[in-house]
Design a binder for this molecule. Sequence first.
Ligand code: ARG
Length: 467
Amino acid sequence: MKMWSGRFRQPLDPDFERWQRSIDFDRRLLRYELAASGAHAHALKNAGILSPDELIRVLQGLEDIGQQAKNFAAFSSDGDAEDVHHFVEKQLVGLIGELGYKLHSGRSRNEQIATDMRLFVRAAIDQLRLELGGFCAAIADRADQHRDAAMPAYTHLQKAEPVLVGHWLLAYVEMFLRDGDRLADCRKRLNLCPLGSGAVAGATLALDRELMSHALGFDGPTANSIDATSDRDFALEFVNALSLLAIHLSRWAEEMILFSSQEYSFITLPEAYSTGSSAMPQKKNPDLLELVRGKSGRVLGNATGLMVSVKGLPLAYNKDLQETQEPVFQASDTLLQMLPLLTGWMKAVEFELEPMQQAAQSGFMNAWAAATYLVGRGVPSRLAHERIGKAVQLGMERRCELEDLPLADLQAISPAFDQDFYKSLTLAAVLAIHDVPGGTAPERVRKAIHVTRKRIESLREEVHAHA
Ligand code: ARG
């Protein structure tokens, strides 16, 4: 039986009927639909609509549906059901008879889908944050392993200054931890229960909203029924947070691709995550990284699609909102599938410390430190910059580094140069300069790794506390 056929005299056009259904994709909300229906059943019993015995039978029916879905994956691909809500009603009636129809008393699918989606996004956030924690932990481990190795840092993709490999890798952890925080923030706002909102203007029965909210692990009921049934902010926030994560992953992937090219040779791609060319026998291609970069486009597309779907909608529920489900599922799936692979990649990649260090020691990477040497000897910063610029020019003419220039030539540029200048130019000396809290000197990076690991640990603990 349809959920709404009473007032219709003509049957639906069969093509339209098939086309407007959502069961093909909202069947994945089944477990949340069952949980929300269970909470609603309890409220119905308290309102005197279900007897205690009827409540037990309804709950048992819901339990059986969940069990069947677990045992048989295709169970919920029901050609006759309009959506997951209709599916559950049909199944329940099949199991416990007409009593099953009582479950819909005083509620609307509008509040149900709003609730199911919130439950879905909440669970996805927890899972994603765990995966993100695993990925960050893998990066932090590699940062620790190579914390004392040096590499060039770039600006404008031109060599700028030497940094520690540990410091470079922690930059990515910062981005990904912020992404995790954004997801946690979204979770906080979404964790309110729409049940009892009805179709738009509240339930037609005095249902205990606190009870339903509590049963589903929400922080409380939503405040406004019109808003609660039509709000998809949480979905937009979620997919936009995922877009930022996807953008960060794409930047990460791009840099790894670059550094794996023979021109850099800073990393060796793990064979387990690379592919060959069907034409060129020598090739090893960074397919995993390229797909990460490519899939970020999809996630941005999901976010854009969602925002455009919602932008022109008057209050409250409109069927357009059915279109907000798939982008949420797709974005969430894309990242959930990707993250464990990236963790595997991160554990397996080899960092080539020799070429990294070589690159960190050539190309006048110590020029700023050299200017700072002159500043230390009383030369005004702007003039020191100018003098070192001249020294760099001389080095370029002679095809040598600053430390290879004889003192006499340097003193011709500025009398402030002295023998100890050379000591200040070694890689170790340059790396040790920024020795303040949060700095880039070896001891500071070591501390940063320690603090970062603690932050990753507390992210994990926070997620586990929700379970
Ligand atoms: N399948 C619908 C959706 O996803 C459920 C809500 C239907 N509500 C309605 N008034 N037709 O949005």
